[in-house]
Design a protein around this ligand. Structure first.
Ligand code: GTP
Ligand code: MG
Length: 244
């Protein structure tokens, strides 16, 4: 996002930028809500448990730019940082993650800048999540402003691990002793197992439901046939016989 409307020259650049990022978050949230509702409408299934969005605080922006060795200014903030606006989508199963990512990527006005798939390639500490950095246009009076948003998609179990790991990491001042790192990795493996188990359990339930539906339909057809109804358009077949 390099373009800031001319009419904003006099007002505070910082506030203008934060207003644009905030608008991008609002648009992203509406988009995700619509996609989820459509999913419920078509498949009677809700893939998204919840969505969280946040704007990076001024303190974090300054800290990150300094850490990157960049001068702290609004140009570097928009060019170098990809997570000023962030959305986290928490879903039920690992399979939902790719479906949601695909639904987002297929939106005509969204451009995917890059993806980091920490599910196929987890971080050494055990962190798993699907990250996308996209741009979404924010329509201002002077025209659209393509704005970067970082999207993280993960399951409830992955989110549980990541939230606690994040808290512990901060408590430890960013440097965990080796035995704690091992324990955290072991917890990530448990999370993996839980996700896999929940996924196969859900698959089994879906299969069971499909079999039950099939069985019900077969029973209904059988009882109709026993009751004297012709299974394939009885009335017409009867007429054909009578006129023959
Ligand atoms: P950051 O400078 O941390 O934003 O990393 P990056 O620009 O290299 O991007 P990356 O996609 O690796 O990480 C982006 C965000 O994912 C982070 O800001 C965290 O919110 C989250 N994240 C990445 N790695 C970890 C991790 O090991 N633990 C937890 N809890 N969160 C992580
Ligand atoms: Mg970040």
């Amino acid at each position: 996002m390099t373009y800031i409307p001319k009419t904003y020259d006099q007002i505070d650049q910082w506030n203008s930028l934060m207003f644009i990022y905030n608008s991008a978050l609002k648009q992203m949230n509406v988009k995700i809500e619509v996609l989820n509702s459509e999913f419920v409408h078509i498949y009677n299934y809700n893939p998204i448990e919840h969505v969280k969005s946040r704007l990076k605080t001024p303190e974090s922006i300054v800290k990150k730019l300094k850490r990157m060795g960049c001068e702290v200014n609004t140009f570097n903030m928009t060019e170098k940082l990809n997570d000023v606006a962030g959305v986290r989508i928490i879903c039920s199963f690992t399979s939902d993650i790719y479906q949601i990512a695909d639904m987002i990527s297929r939106q005509a006005d969204i451009t995917v800048l890059y993806v980091k798939d920490y599910i196929k390639n987890p971080k050494p500490n055990g962190y798993k999540s699907y990250h996308m950095v996209v741009t979404i246009p924010v329509y201002l009076t002077e025209g659209p402003v393509e704005t970067k948003v970082e999207i993280q998609i993960r399951t409830v179990a992955m989110d549980f691990w990541a939230s606690l790991e994040h808290k512990m990491y901060y408590k430890l001042g960013g440097d965990a002793p080796e035995f704690l790192q091992k324990e955290l990795k072991a917890c990530a493996d448990v999370v993996d197992m839980l996700d896999a188990k929940m996924y196969s359990l859900n698959e089994a339930i879906l299969q069971w439901n499909a079999q039950e539906e099939k069985r019900k339909t077969e029973n209904e057809t059988a009882s109709r046939t026993e009751g004297g109804e012709q299974p394939d358009g009885g009335a017409l077949a009867g007429e054909a016989e009578a006129s023959a």
